[in-house]
Write a protein that binds this ligand. Structure first.
Ligand SMILES: [Zn+2]
Length: 459
């Protein structure tokens, strides 16, 4: 074959190779998989400030852009436009994942009260769709509402003891998403137990033994569009100093306690005194975290009636006693005793102090074998140091239902019951709850002042 006849063939070969190479280069850029678009909580309202949290992803060519717009009365409002693509179009693998937190201020955008459509569009870097990329799109019908709710406190002066509990009853002018009482940094969520009056709410709140003397107290509400409002509570706080107690710890005490906790304590802390200090400080802190978690879910209904009953036994230690631990003449640790200790006959039956639901039963660090009951609306009772618990989580127990037997498990040496009451996960003085006068003046009266019935669950 002459050279002149070979040239077209060589050209053809070059063209085929070039086309093949081109396809190899272009093909991945033609992927047809849509980007992922996950919305943390699907929007229904736009308030003064609404947060839109998005997770975006694209496994193929990577993310190209995000566009969030709103359409209201035929007008388009651009809320966010973001390009992720950097470098040249031919550079593969743009950003594979992104998370965005968008603050939407509907009023500042010029939007007005009323319905609107929120549109979220994510595109990838694919060359499909005439170089526009694959599209993931979500639309939401939302209501623009930037008018804050109003809340009126219906109860009058609330008399509060340091370490005690108050009840606030209030009413809003529109449906609420969240409501409750703020005490300093703590928030106590409320409930709306009146079907005939759905805008009325109530919240039990604690003035913790560790609360600041000047902590502010207010009812806080938030509507479905996220608009917030507050209203101060009129409170008369009775401040008291708690008892101080010095506990001398002996080597006998340490030798008896340490083996119980050695397996749990860190390997570097195995001397009896080191084990005790770890239990009294670190384990106590962990246990209180766990109790707070257990108390974060509650029945919206009141499950108890009348008053709580005081467990049997001789009082050994009181609520919020400030304890100082002295070893060989030196203070080595401190703690606050967040309950009452009552000693009866060893292994005596422990009974529920009010009707409720078992939400915890089992070993709980310093509290040993422990049972926690939910009495509804944020109120819980705790029974510690038991030799055995005879109930299971999820069980309903009546007033004076047997929960188990007393013992000396956990951080205890002699057989006794450690009894606590908690409101919203905060330990409070139990004595208020077994005093019928306190219940009348601080629970029943609040509903009377609000002209609302005491919302009791059906028997
Ligand atoms: Zn105790």
């Amino acid at each position: 074959m002459s050279l002149a006849r070979k040239i077209p063939l060589i050209l053809l070969l070059v063209l085929v190779v070039a086309a093949g190479l081109g396809l190899v280069v272009v093909w991945p850029h033609l992927e047809g998989q849509d980007p992922q678009l996950i919305i943390k909580s699907e929007p229904t309202h736009l308030g003064r400030l609404s947060i839109l949290e998005l997770s975006l992803g694209d496994e193929g060519t990577g993310l190209a852009s995000l566009r969030v717009t709103a359409i209201q009365n035929g007008k388009e409002y651009k809320l966010l436009e973001k390009n992720y693509a950097t470098g040249s179009t031919w550079e593969r693998h743009g950003l594979g994942q992104a998370s965005e937190k968008l603050e939407i201020k509907a009023l500042e955008q010029g939007m007005v009260q009323g319905p609107a459509t929120l549109i979220i569009k994510v595109r990838d870097r694919s060359l499909r769709n005439w170089f526009h990329g694959n599209l993931a799109e979500r639309q939401f019908q939302v209501l623009v509402d930037t008018i804050p709710p109003k809340v009126t406190v219906l109860s009058r002066t609330i008399h509060l003891n340091r370490g005690g509990v108050g009840l606030a009853v209030y009413k809003a002018n529109k449906p609420l998403a969240v409501h409750g009482v703020q005490v300093g940094k703590r928030f106590f969520p409320g409930v709306s137990p009146w079907p005939q009056d759905p805008l009325a709410g109530m919240a039990y709140f604690a003035y913790g033994d560790d609360e600041d003397k000047n902590a502010s107290l207010k009812v806080m509400v938030q509507d479905q569009a996220g608009n917030q409002a507050g209203s101060g509570l009129t409170v008369r706080l009775k401040w008291k100093e708690f008892k101080s107690d010095t506990l001398n710890i002996s080597d006998n005490f340490l030798d008896a306690l340490a083996p119980r906790f050695m397996a749990e304590a860190p390997p570097a802390k195995q001397q009896p005194l080191e084990v005790f200090l770890w239990v009294n400080e670190e384990l106590r802190r962990q246990n209180h975290q766990q109790i707070l978690q257990v108390c974060s879910t509650t029945s919206p209904q009141q499950l108890w009636r009348g008053t709580f009953i005081r467990p049997l036994g001789k009082p050994m230690a009181g609520f919020a006693d400030r304890r100082s631990y002295v070893y060989k003449g030196r203070e080595v640790s401190q703690s606050t005793h967040l309950g009452v200790d009552l000693a009866d006959l060893a292994m005596s039956p422990i009974k529920s102090t009010a009707a409720g639901k078992v939400v915890f039963a089992g070993p709980l660090g310093i509290y040993g074998n422990c049972v926690i009951l939910d009495h509804g609306q944020g109120i819980f009772s705790l029974y510690g140091h038991m030799s055995e618990a005879s109930v299971r989580p999820g069980e309903m127990v009546p007033l004076e239902g047997v929960l188990g037997r007393s013992g000396a498990t956990g951080l205890a040496l002699g057989d006794h019951l450690h009894f606590s009451i908690l409101v919203g996960g905060v330990f409070v003085t139990p004595t208020e709850w077994w005093d019928p006068h306190w219940i009348k003046d601080n629970v029943e009266l609040r509903f009377q002042e609000a002209s609302l019935p005491w919302p009791l669950a059906a028997r």
